[in-house]
Ligand binder design. Structure first.
Ligand code: SF4
Ligand code: SF4
Ligand code: FES
Length: 572
């Protein structure tokens, strides 16, 4: 690989790379505002200027400048090297770049920084960007001097509504055009542009339009200063109080890599932002995904509940209110109901909204409890009888997709559920509904709360659930499956547990726990293990590692088996 030098350090580079790209790969930070690795080069901020030493035997490219001499009070003629923007300068073999080691570069960076702050408002105490603002960071690093200009700064529009999600402050804007380029090059909606020149320029939305495409929140994310703020996050949290968990977006089957930013003091999640992954989402996320973090707190199930079939059929004039109970009591009741079932009429409803761990645990529990002739088959014993006839899967209904990131499948783990069942194919909720109506299924052990009704009308899906003798739901959110449950067990959300999800490309991706489980909730796989223990089954996976070891690379498909009796187990 060819090499060049930055401040005397030998750096390998790939043909066509710019200085800033090669430096970044080598872990060297060259300060920059307008450059973004996912956007075209604009080279307008001049913060990344570096000195390029001439090749041996060639004269340096010099500029004539007037320099102020504080001793004489005169301006004198001088020469200085012509600095180059590292974001635009393509690397050549043997090139000698001076960045930190050049006094000309240090002066230029301080001057650029001073220039950008000439008319900048002192908004830091109330600015959402404070704590992660490049103007703050680079002032400290490259200028660190009091402001010399005491004239009234130029005032520009503040708090302009660009659209439903974004608010613009022109005084804070350094007109780096990242937002303009993002809209044009990534969102493919060139709705932003620059108006005017010099110190009165600003970003504007095209006449008659709003910033309202499906990727508007990314403009706030790429803005290096506090000029674009998200209506959703504005004034809600100070970033230095937040911690980040490496998460996977739950919004669709693309599985964009993300950070969940949360405040550990109040266990609250404040935002979702992209985590770079060249194979999945590059640097981006869509608005739906960036706002999907809200589901960690909204519409949640935090208590165990016991209901009755009658109360959920919808045909009772006096529906009974489900009763909140301790999780232990609900687990006991779930085991009692399942123990009394005819195994041939028990179905499992998996959820593409839940992790591989949760789905595998439920499947493994059902297999041990109802479909295996060898219940002591932990860790490699013979498996039989997991056919597709009583395994169903559902999730959120399909939605809008595009050619950028958004997938029509609005579930993060459809491929994972399919892989767990391969070569059998999971049947959809419509098939389960038909089996219930035909009397072939009387008991259902369900994961998740949502239903993709397929071709079943909304009323009839609830009606078919109401015909069950027992519905045990391990659910995270209120939904048709939680409302119809005879026993509802609160499952923690993806934000509250470690889990793996397989995206539409077939990539298994890990999502980290951010906050503690809400209320009484706990990971669904732990709830499944607790039911198994109560059923007297040898559950060999009591830790996440054991669980992952159990499903790693294991074929799960088999045929239905004979009925066998279940023994009550120890209370865990
Ligand atoms: S709003 Fe932000 S991203 Fe857009 S030009 Fe101004 S500083 Fe750059
Ligand atoms: S494209 Fe899908 S996975 Fe990516 S951010 Fe949007 S909803 Fe989330
Ligand atoms: S990063 Fe702005 S000019 Fe290079």
């Amino acid at each position: 690989m060819p090499t060049f030098k930055i401040d005397g350090r030998e750096i390998p580079f790939e043909k066509g790379e710019t200085v800033i790209q090669a430096a970044q790969r080598a872990g060297i930070d060259i300060p920059h505002y307008c450059w973004h690795p996912g956007l075209s080069v604009a080279a307008n901020c001049r913060m990344c200027l570096v000195e390029v030493a001439p090749p041996p035997g060639r004269p340096a490219l010099m500029l004539n400048v007037l320099s102020y001499d504080p001793d004489t009070g005169e301006y004198v003629d001088q020469q200085k090297p012509k600095l180059q923007p590292a974001c635009q300068q393509v690397v050549a073999e043997g090139m000698d770049i001076r960045s930190e080691s050049s006094k000309h570069v240090s002066r230029a960076r301080a001057a650029v920084q001073e220039f950008l702050l000439l008319n900048h408002p002192v908004d830091c105490p109330i600015c959402d960007q404070a704590g992660e603002c490049r103007l703050q960071d680079y002032w400290l690093e490259h200028q660190h001097e009091a402001k010399r200009m005491h004239d009234e700064p130029v005032h520009k529009p503040k708090a302009q509504i660009f659209g439903p999600t974004i608010v613009y402050d022109a005084e804070r804007c350094i007109v780096c055009t990242r937002c303009v380029r993002f809209c044009e090059e990534v969102a493919q909606d060139p709705v932003l542009s620059v108006r005017e020149r010099g110190n009165v320029n600003e970003i504007v939305v095209s006449p008659g339009r709003q910033l309202d495409n499906p990727y508007t929140l990314m403009t706030e994310h790429v803005c290096p200063v506090g000029a674009l703020t998200a209506s959703d996050f504005r004034f809600k949290a100070r970033v230095w109080f937040l911690r980040s968990a490496r998460s996977v977006c739950q919004g669709c089957a693309t599985g964009c890599n993300a950070y969940l930013d949360y405040d550990p003091r109040n266990q609250t999640i404040y935002r979702h932002r992209p985590r770079e992954n060249a194979q999945v989402n590059r640097y981006w996320m869509c608005d739906d995904g960036m706002l999907d973090y809200q589901r960690a707190h909204e519409n949640r199930l935090s208590d165990a509940r016991l209901g009755s079939a009658r109360s959920h059929r919808g045909d009772s004039p006096h529906p009974e209110t489900p009763e909140s109970v301790p999780v232990g009591a609900a687990l006991d009741r779930a085991a009692e109901l399942l123990r009394s079932a005819d195994p041939a009429k028990v179905a499992v409803l998996l959820s593409a909204q839940h992790s591989l761990e949760d789905n595998f645990a439920l499947l493994d529990l059902a297999q041990r409890a109802f479909w295996s002739s060898n219940s002591s088959g932990a860790g490699g014993a013979r498996r039989e009888s997991l056919g597709s006839s009583r395994v169903f899967a559902t999730g959120r209904p399909a939605g809008e997709g595009d050619q950028i990131l958004r997938h029509q499948d609005k579930n993060p783990n459809s491929a994972g559920v399919a892989a767990l069942l391969a070569p059998a194919r999971p049947q959809n909720f419509a098939a389960l509904s038909a089996a219930i109506d035909a009397g072939a299924i009387t008991h259902v052990l369900a994961l998740g709360s949502d239903i993709d009704p397929g071709n079943v009308a909304g009323d009839s899906r609830v009606a078919s659930l109401g015909r069950l003798q027992a519905l045990v739901t391990l659910g995270t959110w209120e939904g048709p499956l939680s409302r119809a449950a005879h026993v509802l067990l609160p499952a923690s959300s993806w934000a509250e547990s470690d889990g793996q999800f397989m995206n539409a490309q077939g990539m298994v991706q890990e999502s980290e726990q951010a906050v503690q489980p809400l209320g009484q909730s706990r990971p669904a796989w732990k709830l499944a293990a607790a039911i198994g223990v109560r059923l007297g089954l040898p559950i060999p996976w009591r830790t996440l590692e054991e669980l992952r070891g159990a499903f790693a690379g294991r074929p799960l498909a088999a045929e239905p088996a004979s009925k066998r009796s279940l023994q009550p187990g120890a209370v865990s």
